[in-house]
Design a protein around this ligand. Structure first.
Ligand code: DGJ
Length: 743
């Protein structure tokens, strides 16, 4: 065990070596990117195509590849353009696999064959210039290497240098090719409203597996993330894993394809369904970034790399996002019935338990009594707030909290002044019905006037009020995605321009109001991706706030996204979603696995509830840096198990926080032994209960507890001898911290 732990420590060190180097060897025409613990290699082959050669564990510096050679295939049915693993294949020359780029030219030609022309290496960035063999259409492939994690960010810029417009029918950011193998398991996330982020696992088989959203935004049916494990085992923390995430909040598509020669390719970018981007002479289209990474440390290692990458290189406060404040949100307590007195009373109660931010949710604006009216009219409702927002904001701030506000900028209710004035501002096809979802329509943000309106009202709101935080909601998906104001062959640009304008509004707001933080919410977790995370500090993973359902949603969530952004509220019991009853302690511990929020109706709390909450909020603050920025180990998965345990270890290994849950125990079996991971084996750690086991059911349990567990021991002890928790019963939970002593 000592040897294993030492090997794990060395490999962890290797992973954390910050190093990136991009080389081109002119004699063999080979590109090699070494970053973190990863090497990525491709070359220009005999056909002048870019051909992938290697992606995996970092190779020795002296290891040499010979020139790339295209695959001739094994039959006339498999042409070389198909069987050669191209870095970025145009649809042409007999490509049967998923193309990265498909273009239709005005003369009817749809053949596109991209050849290498030149390249530029600038620090951690590589740009490769490709051109069609005949037409003046170019593609700049971009590679950005992250030295710390080895994650590569890939994207493409397609440019029309011809004298005619052309139509892009399909455009990916990148194709990733895995080493040849037939024992791959695909991990991906599926979901729906109130049931987001369910981890799915299946063998990669011949043919095409599609993960996508056709909804105009990210969606929760699939997350734009994948991981592929070789020789899948139940060990979270060892084994080869290739993973990726697409940074795009519009319709997207990732395909996982095992082709004729059993090579596995992953292609991702704009969704090609209903896609058509007209590129006039001199214009260009830039794809989203598709991030990809590799680890030898299992699916757990893959998510730890992604978490570090998101914190250091994606989130708006990169490279050191400040830990999320503990917030209170009014939604589950008051629904739309917000008013000055009620919100002030809640704010006082929230402050008394140590909450740092008070967020007023839906209902404060326009004629908003319920979800039938008001969206689009962003003025303060005079009946509810006769003196405007100022008295409430002042009150919140005088209580030592900052103030946050809910908005849903991209939507409009037909029953609103905005819609009565601008019925043409929504997505629609002329003369066709406009399908409502939650009684609302989608504003066409691709329009410049709509973009300006949205920016202006938000800018005004933030300029006139001391608002520290916006909860930016988006409560339906698209229907009838027409844009009648532009020419028919330009209307489908809405799939790109809507999202680009959303990003530009967020970017400009942040630049003008740098202290304002933003949460991306979409009726729960329907707009979570690395694109929106560039502009938003946190996300709302699900409207489902049942603490047990949340364990599974949160487990799935963290495969792709860092716990820092995972807002989790403690709400009322029985929970509205499923009538499940749980203790306040259990609800807190479930939420403390992410960014803690309180969403309960505090008016109904007892003095004991306030005391419990105050104690646990304080405990959370002692561990939140570790939970939000640390390395996450899933000791026991909540999927298909009676128990669930996560451990977070701070980056400097000075603290670990462990959250353990038992949803039902049967036949008196003891709770599984917990063998911690990621600690410094030689350091001493002191044990501290965040929340102790609710009760010791029998004297013998107490004996085991007392004799089995020291107050202080080495990291080796906690990892090898482990911790015994005596959880029994239904919906029980406990949590503890280990704090390094003497350093
Ligand atoms: C959906 C969100 O997910 C909820 O938290 C809440 O903000 C409502 N919208 C308000 O309408």
């Amino acid at each position: 065990m000592r040897l294993l732990t030492a090997i794990a420590a060395i490999s962890a060190l290797l992973t954390f070596t910050a190093h990136a180097e991009i080389r081109y060897e002119a004699d063999t025409k080979i590109f090699r990117i070494d970053a973190g613990a990863t090497s990525y290699v491709f070359g220009v082959n005999d056909m002048d195509e870019l051909q992938q050669l290697y992606w995996g564990q970092k190779l020795a510096d002296g290891d040499k590849f010979s020139t790339a050679h295209s695959n001739t295939g094994h039959a006339a049915f498999d042409l070389p353009s198909s069987t050669t693993p191209q870095e970025y294949a145009g649809w042409g020359a007999g490509l049967f696999e998923e193309p990265a780029l498909k273009i239709s030219f005005p003369d009817g030609n749809r053949d596109l064959v991209l050849h290498y022309v030149s390249h530029v290496i600038a620090g951690n960035m590589l740009t490769i210039h490709l051109k069609d063999i005949e037409r003046d259409v170019t593609v700049d492939l971009k590679y950005a290497a992250d030295a710390a994690t080895g994650i590569l960010g890939r994207s493409a810029v397609i440019e029309n240098h011809t004298k005619q417009p052309l139509m892009i029918e399909q455009a990916a950011a990148a194709t990733w090719t895995l080493p040849r193998g037939t024992d791959y398991t695909l991990d991906y996330l599926t979901g729906r409203w109130a049931g987001e982020n369910q981890l799915q696992q299946e063998a990669v088989r011949p043919g095409l597996r599609v993960l996508e959203s056709r909804r105009g935004s990210t969606g929760s049916q699939n997350a734009p993330w994948f991981a592929i494990e070789r020789a899948h085992t139940n060990d979270q923390d060892s084994g080869d894993v290739w993973f990726g995430a697409l940074a795009w909040s519009g319709s997207w598509r990732i395909t996982i394809e095992q082709e004729t020669l059993q090579q596995v390719r992953v292609t991702g970018g704009f969704n090609s369904f209903d896609f058509g981007y007209k590129l006039k002479p001199g214009e260009k289209l830039e794809t989203p970034v598709f991030y990809g990474g590799y680890t030898h440390e299992g699916i757990g290692g893959a998510s730890r790399l992604l978490h570090r990458f998101e914190l250091a290189s994606v989130l708006p406060q990169k490279p050191n996002p400040r830990p999320r404040p503990v917030l209170y949100n009014s939604w589950e307590a008051t629904g739309f019935s917000v008013d000055e007195a009620g919100q002030m009373a809640l704010a006082e109660q929230a402050a008394s338990i140590g909450t740092e931010r008070f967020v007023m949710d839906d209902g404060w604006f326009g004629q908003r009594k319920d979800d039938h009216a008001g969206l689009g009219d962003w003025y303060v409702n005079q009946q509810k707030f006769p003196h405007g927002l100022k008295p409430l904001i002042d009150k919140v701030r005088s209580l030592g909290m900052d103030f946050g506000l809910w908005v849903e900028p991209e939507m409009v209710n037909p029953d609103s002044d905005l819609y009565r004035k601008h019925p043409d501002w929504v997505l629609n096809f002329t003369g066709r019905p406009r399908t409502e979802g939650r009684n609302q329509l989608v504003l066409n943000l691709a329009r410049e006037d709509v973009r300006q309106y949205v920016f202006d009202f938000l800018d005004k709101l933030l300029s006139e009020n001391e608002i520290a935080f916006l909860k930016w909601d988006y409560n339906r998906n698209w229907s009838e995605p027409g844009w009648p104001a532009v020419a028919p062959d330009e209307q489908k640009q809405v799939y790109v321009k809507f999202t680009e304008n959303l990003y530009s509004i967020l970017r400009e707001l942040r630049a003008k109001h740098p202290k304002v933080e933003i949460e991306s919410c979409s009726g729960g977790g329907s707009r979570v991706d690395l694109g929106i995370m560039r502009y938003t500090d946190e996300v709302w993973p699900s409207d489902n706030t049942d603490p047990f359902d949340r364990l599974i949603i949160q487990d799935g969530f963290t495969y792709a996204y860092t716990p820092e952004v995972m807002m989790a509220w403690v709400t009322d019991s029985p929970n509205w979603a499923n009538r499940r009853t749980t203790s306040l302690e259990y609800r807190f511990l479930s939420s403390m696995q992410g960014s803690l929020g309180i969403g309960a109706n505090l008016k109904n709390w007892t003095p004991e509830d306030f005391a419990t909450a105050k104690r646990l909020v304080e405990e959370y603050k002692q561990a939140r840096e570790t939970v939000q920025h640390g390395a996450l180990y899933r000791l026991i998965s909540p999927r298909g198990s009676e128990a669930s345990v996560t451990e977070s270890v701070s980056q400097d290994k000075s603290q670990a926080a462990v959250f353990a849950f038992l949803h039902s125990s049967q036949f008196g079996y003891p709770f599984p032994g917990l063998y911690l991971r990621g600690l410094d084996p030689k350091a001493e750690y002191k044990f501290h209960w965040i929340s102790s086991q609710p009760e010791m059911p029998s004297p013998s349990d107490q004996l085991v507890h007392k004799t089995g567990q020291p107050d202080q021991a080495s990291g080796e002890w906690w990892m090898s001898k482990g911790v015994d928790l005596m959880l029994r019963g239904d919906f029980q939970a406990a949590a503890f911290r280990l704090d390094r002593v003497g350093q």
